[in-house]
Design a binder for this molecule. Structure first.
Ligand code: NAP
Length: 481
């Protein structure tokens, strides 16, 4: 079967060129697609096209832009099955997870399409006689979107849709490990009739294209989701150019389990948050902090439940956990497993690459649980971004909260309890941008702000009404009548 090439998209045209392979991490013999590898000059052309398209797009009224975004959602919906299956094949998450993500992208486009009719300004009474004053939102200009592979459709969607509805024009650089899901959004924008130059897409290596993006004069803002190392570098460079920048980065998310929790539900929530999507969610739980009176029972129950998880090709029905996204990610996970062995001893389950029929052609790691982990250990402090859970012991709630907060990260957190006072103490005392109670730490919706605190994030939040803050600016008007 011939492998399809997916070109870049600049100024409304599909641009061919040398390609790189997008391989299936569950079966590395399968090339899902060939993607055109963009160059710095492609970035420059795309930025110029976005700049040229900006006046007309930003002058179009909000409801008209919204109508085009509704059309994008419709087209994605019509291609739902195909796009979901492609996501499983390029990223490795299971088909039900991929379907959930594509559904979310469709909902995100619908949500922000509606914002086109609501782009509200603000009014206030003047202290001066016969003065009417108000402020209106205006777009920022050309916005660069740099996205990771772990939510290869939803993250591009939750940047692209608000950027467009606010009247900005866009240049997207997807992750090289999973560019096709983002490409499908761009294809839908093209097919929906979004004018040339408004949306541009250049795939290729982050290093060279990142530098070109930062140096592209028309770019006025950068929205980045990815690792802390790349985010920090972008921040430094962007500050030098006084670019507006938003960074969503790593985490080391805790779930606190108190003795009064619904035990079975707590086990399920921790296992779900730690291992689904192969632990490759930025909001995944990687530390379970458990009250000592239930600690041993909890470790045993989590290990027992984890051993039952079915690992395999996410296209197969009944599979719970797919592979790591690529060899590099798998090696990182296995290195941390060895670090964990040195620090905490033999894991209570998992702790190895899976081999044999169905595994040898992919990057599969057995979901791994370490018990007896203490806060100074590296497996309790550093982001692993894979199916590895560290279980720690706490004397009581206050101690658990102290351990949970003893991290440079602050993305998400979860508490398992039936005690209402502990819930509120946690709500006000936990240092994280996303909190859940009696739910997994992962699993967010698009209608509310999303983002972390501490070293996990920088700048305005994404999603929900908060997204408008990054993608628009204010113009304040005073009229004497
Ligand atoms: P990454 O290596 O930082 O890559 C993210 C994006 O940045 C990719 O498109 C990448 O391109 C690009 N990039 C790489 N080097 C660059 C440079 N020098 N300049 C500009 N762009 C550059 O992260 P990842 O491995 O894709 O994603 C995993 C990380 O993302 C984890 O740390 C995870 O916690 C974080 N994450 C955070 C959130 C959140 O909301 N907080 C959500 C999801 C993921 P290439 O792919 O071509 O290298």
């Amino acid at each position: 079967m011939s492998v399809r090439t997916f070109p870049n998209y600049i100024d409304g045209a599909w641009v061919e060129g040398p390609t790189f392979e997008n391989r299936n991490p569950a079966n590395t013999g399968e090339v899902v697609g060939l993607h055109v590898s963009g160059t710095p000059s492609d970035i420059a052309r795309a930025a110029a096209a976005a700049e040229a398209a900006f006046p007309a797009w930003s002058a179009m009224n909000g409801p008209a832009r919204g109508a085009l975004l509704y059309k994008v959602a419709e087209l994605l919906d019509a291609r739902f099955e195909e796009i979901s299956a492609e996501m499983t094949r390029e990223e490795g998450k299971t088909l039900p997870e991929a379907k959930g993500e594509v559904r979310r992208s469709i909902n995100i486009f619908r949500y922000f399409a509606g914002e086109g009719s609501r782009l509200a300004g603000t009014m206030a009474p003047s202290e001066r006689p016969r003065v009417h004053m108000f402020a209106v939102r205006k777009p920022v200009g050309v916005v660069a979107l740099i996205t990771p592979w772990n939510f290869p459709s939803a993250i591009p969607a939750w940047k692209l849709a608000p950027a467009l509805i606010c009247g900005n024009t866009v240049l997207m650089k997807p992750a090289s490990a999973a560019p096709l899901s983002a490409w499908r959004l761009i294809e839908a924008c093209h097919d929906a009739g979004i004018p040339p130059g408004v949306v541009n897409f250049v795939a290729g290596g982050g290093g060279a294209l990142g530098a070109a993006l930062l140096n592209a004069r028309p770019v006025k803002a950068i929205s980045f989701t990815g690792s802390c190392g790349v985010g920090e570098k972008l921040h430094e460079e962007a500050s030098r150019r006084r670019l507006r920048i938003q960074l969503e980065m790593g985490g080391k998310n805790p779930t606190i389990v108190l003795a009064d929790a619904d035990f079975e539900a707590a086990v399920e929530n921790v296992v779900n948050a730690s291992f689904f999507s192969t632990g490759q969610k930025c909001t995944a739980t990687s530390r379970a902090i458990v009250e000592e009176s239930i600690y041993d029972r909890f470790v045993e129950a989590v290990a027992e439940r984890t051993r039952k998880l079915k690992v395999g090709d996410g296209m197969q029905p009944g599979v719970d956990i797919g592979p790591c996204v690529d060899e590099g990610q798998m090696k990182t996970v296995l290195e941390y497993v060895e670090i964990g062995r040195t620090e905490a001893g033999e894991p209570v389950c998992g702790g190895r690459r899976l081999t044999g029929p169905g595994f040898d052609e992919g990057w599969f790691v057995a979901p791994t649980v370490f018990a007896g982990v203490t806060p100074e250990m590296r497996i309790a402090r550093e982001e692993i971004f894979g199916p590895v859970l560290a279980i720690m012991k706490a004397r009581d709630f206050n101690h658990a909260l102290e351990v949970a907060n003893g991290s440079e990260f602050g993305l998400s957190a979860s508490l398992q309890t039936t005690n209402l006072s502990r819930m509120f103490e946690y709500v006000y005392g936990m240092e994280a941008g996303l909190l859940t109670v009696n739910l997994p730490s992962a699993g967010v919706e698009y209608q509310l702000p999303f983002g972390g605190t501490k070293d996990s994030s920088f700048g305005p939040k994404e999603q929900g009404p908060a997204a408008m803050e990054f993608y628009s600016d204010w113009k304040t008007v005073y009229i004497k009548y």
